[in-house]
Design a protein around this ligand. Structure first.
Ligand SMILES: *[C@@H]1O[C@H](CO)[C@@H](O)[C@H](O)[C@H]1NC(C)=O
Ligand SMILES: *[C@@H]1O[C@H](CO)[C@@H](O)[C@H](O)[C@H]1NC(C)=O
Ligand SMILES: *[C@@H]1O[C@H](CO)[C@@H](O)[C@H](O)[C@H]1NC(C)=O
Length: 441
């Protein structure tokens, strides 16, 4: 079914999955801001990485405590705006929520537990907000419930009466807006192959009365694809065979080129060469993977094993981070190998990128971009196209599109590195599978 491109953008775009089981569902996924400056994305990534790193102590402490640490920490020099939480340079998805259904454009975010939409109360222009009172299927989650106390991130401790609504607050720092609101449950409508419609009932949904106007100017909220009890991904995966998948088109592709988000198994064949183990931590939404080595031009780089060890660092796959972040020892090794092989290309300044090249005209004898490969535990190896790590930042200029992350600290495989691949998160078997794809089928 070649639905894409023919339907108005404002429709929920679901197409039949290739699997003829009738047990899967699919919707379009498109780059958030085609043409948005990569520089702005890099800044958004920095805030997000600070946010992700700040979550790591939650392995030991409670979530509430982590929120407090973030709020009081003056050592975090980057603004912890909702850009840190939701990032920038992301992929959007359209979903229908409530009864009657209202449509929203949401950021597809594997780093989020809570799906939320803009609600009345903030500075949102009328018409673009969810109205829970107008939805027959909306039910508030009480602040005394376990869902509120244990599962909702940054839920507020104030609970004057047991029937009061569960509130959350993502605003970490004065001067930076986050999202603040109340949690309820509502239904989400999903179209199935063959024109049928299925509803996911009791999806946990935040109704944000305040949100960051910057990051959420052109988007209505967040679709949580994180590994968490209340996330949309867990909920939909449970309904559709235990897995979800996404395929990200080139981030520079025109607006009408879309990838997709799919629910249901069997998107990527289950073979040793396509799969690696997922490392899930019940305290965090992130999808951890184990990297064994990084190769540049066929050579395994000399990177200390601790960098890949979840205890000191580790690696997560994140749809909400744009540029891949490598902890210092890995960053230095990869950049040294790439720059050495690109030494013949004239360099240009293009901050905040450290290594940029004048790529105006084909130069006879100029070096090719060396191949980069990420070897995961097992046989699976990610071989991204060159444009996923030596990226076009403006006409005639390419930069090494990697960011240095703190060491010790977590490394993040961002969405540019994941583009033009289909990724299946198999929560049932705790595996992630991937393969190259144009995302157009
Ligand atoms: C997308 O738009 C461009 C022009 O803006 C057009 O050439 C191309 O065919 C379109 N692609 C699809 C899939 O509609
Ligand atoms: C808890 O505090 C938040 C923020 O001050 C407020 O919006 C919310 O109404 C409060 N909730 C309850 C149940 O008092
Ligand atoms: C790249 O090199 C070309 C030819 O040498 C030059 O005209 C152009 O200005 C350079 N571009 C940048 C961004 O420095």
């Amino acid at each position: 079914m070649a639905l894409r491109g023919n339907l108005p953008v404002l429709l929920l775009l679901f197409a039949a999955a290739a699997t003829a089981s009738g047990k899967s569902a699919r919707l379009d996924l498109f780059p958030a801001a085609p043409g948005a400056s990569v520089t702005a994305r890099a800044r958004g990534d920095r805030r997000r990485h600070a946010y992700i790193s700040a979550q790591l102590p939650s392995r030991r402490g409670g979530r509430q405590r982590v929120a407090a640490e973030v709020a009081s920490s003056s050592a975090v020099s980057l603004p912890m705006s909702s850009g840190a939480y939701a990032g920038t340079g992301q992929y959007f998805v359209k979903v229908l929520v409530g009864t009657p259904a209202q449509e929203f454009t949401l950021v597809a975010d594997t780093g989020s537990e809570l799906t939320w939409v803009k609600c009345a109360g903030g500075a949102s222009p009328p018409g673009l907000v969810f109205r829970p009172e107008a939805s027959k299927s909306w039910a508030p989650v009480p602040c005394s419930s376990d869902t509120c106390k244990l599962d909702v991130p940054f839920s507020l401790a104030n609970c004057s009466s047991s029937a009061s609504p569960c509130s959350y607050d993502y605003r970490y720092k004065e001067g930076s807006a986050g999202a603040l609101g109340v949690v309820g449950t509502d239904s989400a409508t999903i179209a199935l192959p063959g024109g049928k419609v299925a509803q996911l009932q009791d999806v946990v949904l935040g109704c944000s009365s305040t949100h960051d106007g910057q990051s959420f100017k052109s988007v209505d909220g967040v679709l949580s694809l994180g590994n968490a009890k209340i996330s949309f991904a867990s909920r939909a995966a449970a309904r559709f065979g235990g897995s979800f998948s996404y395929c990200l088109v080139d981030h520079l592709a025109p607006r009408n080129a879309t990838g997709y988000l799919a629910f249901g198994p069997g998107q990527v064949p289950r073979t040793p060469a396509t799969q690696t183990k997922l490392f899930l931590d019940p305290a965090m939404p992130f999808y951890g993977v184990k990297v064994d080595a990084v190769h540049v031009a066929g050579q395994a780089l000399d990177i200390p094993a601790e960098v890949w060890d979840p205890k000191s660092g580790g690696v997560i796959l994140d749809s909400g981070t744009t540029l891949t972040v490598l902890a210092t020892p890995a960053y230095k090794a990869v950049v040294a190998a790439l720059t050495k092989l690109l030494a013949g290309v004239p360099k240009v300044d293009f901050p905040p990128f450290e290594h940029c090249y004048n790529w105006t005209a084909p130069r006879p004898g100029a070096p090719e971009i060396p191949k980069l490969a990420v070897q995961f535990t097992g046989c699976a190896r990610l071989e991204p196209p060159a444009k996923s790590y030596v990226i076009d930042v403006k006409p005639g200029v390419k930069c090494i599109g990697l960011q240095e992350g703190e060491w010790p600290g977590v490394s993040v495989i961002g969405n540019i590195m994941q583009q033009e691949h289909l990724w299946e998160f198999d929560l049932k078997n705790m595996e992630v599978r991937f393969m190259p794809s144009t995302c157009t089928r």
